[in-house]
Design a protein around this ligand. Structure first.
Ligand SMILES: *[C@@H]1O[C@H](CO)[C@@H](O)[C@H](O)[C@H]1NC(C)=O
Ligand SMILES: *[C@@H]1O[C@H](CO)[C@@H](O)[C@H](O)[C@H]1NC(C)=O
Length: 241
């Protein structure tokens, strides 16, 4: 009985110590395409620790932080009035390049059609629903869906569901509504059955950045390890009594 409890504790502890507490980048509303003039809030969510900066690359400029293009509060960033040149990749960065989150693609349409598609990778085996929307309600919602430039389906409802997606469904999707136009293209990626780990760039950073990361990880891991050590010794003592 005791041995089992100790084993369970050790397993839990190693699981906790082994995970890297990745930051999660959330996009709200959670979609990858927007109309010009809409607003979006991006948020770097971590286990309580602040210090993440929202960064982006657009066709105009690379590596700029939220202060230069949005309203920044703590770890979130709001763009009140999206313009087409806000299209690009967005990510969270810690300690001046020490660690990064996953990257998300955001497209802003200058036209009147958007493709509502997931902003995060779709898990293998899950269903994927894409929805083609126009600014003004179309007289006929029928939409044509394209993948990598080829027509794959025309749906009278304007929604398309791919069931049990696999890697082969990965690609560049767009849609078209007659008399309204075409949406921008969005890259849809399919991930393995577990969520992808946070992206940590190779440790090419300065010593300061490296130290920052080490201290950060220690602060996160230590309470778990100390707690585990204490509980294990407590169980041992009980067992020997
Ligand atoms: C942003 O742009 C820089 C410079 O072109 C490039 O090195 C970097 O990989 C880009 N980052 C992302 C996340 O696309
Ligand atoms: C962003 O979109 C480009 C193509 O437009 C694609 O090559 C790239 O992989 C996408 N990145 C992510 C993180 O989806």
């Amino acid at each position: 009985m005791e041995a089992a409890s100790v084993l369970l504790l050790v397993l839990t502890a190693s699981l906790l110590c082994g995970s890297s507490h990745p930051v999660v980048l959330t996009v709200s509303p959670s979609t990858s395409q927007f109309y010009e003039g809409e607003s979006v809030t991006l948020n770097c969510e971590d286990d309580g620790s602040a210090g993440w900066t929202l960064m982006r690359n657009t066709s105009r400029r690379t590596r700029t932080e939220c202060e230069e293009w949005g309203d920044s509060t703590d770890s979130s960033c709001k763009i009140v009035y999206l313009m087409t040149w806000d299209s690009g990749v967005y990510w969270c960065e810690f300690g001046g390049g020490g660690a990064s989150s996953m990257v998300v693609n955001i497209s802003v349409s200058g036209g009147s059609v958007i493709l509502q598609s997931p902003v995060l990778p779709v898990m293998e085996g899950h269903d994927l629903t894409l929805s083609c929307q126009s600014k003004t309600p179309p007289s006929n919602p029928s939409a044509a869906f394209y993948k990598d430039g080829s027509l794959i389906r025309t749906e009278p409802t304007g929604h398309m569901t791919l069931q049990h997606v696999s890697r082969s469904d990965e690609g560049l999707y767009k849609c078209h509504i007659r008399d309204h136009g075409e949406s921008p293209s969005s890259w849809i990626s399919v991930s393995g059955s577990t969520p992808p780990p946070a992206f940590d760039p190779p440790p090419t950073g300065t010593f300061k950045q490296l130290a920052f990361r080490v201290v950060r990880h220690m602060v996160v891991i230590c309470p778990y390890c100390i707690a585990t050590f204490l509980m294990v010794s407590f169980y041992r003592q009980n067992a020997s009594n």
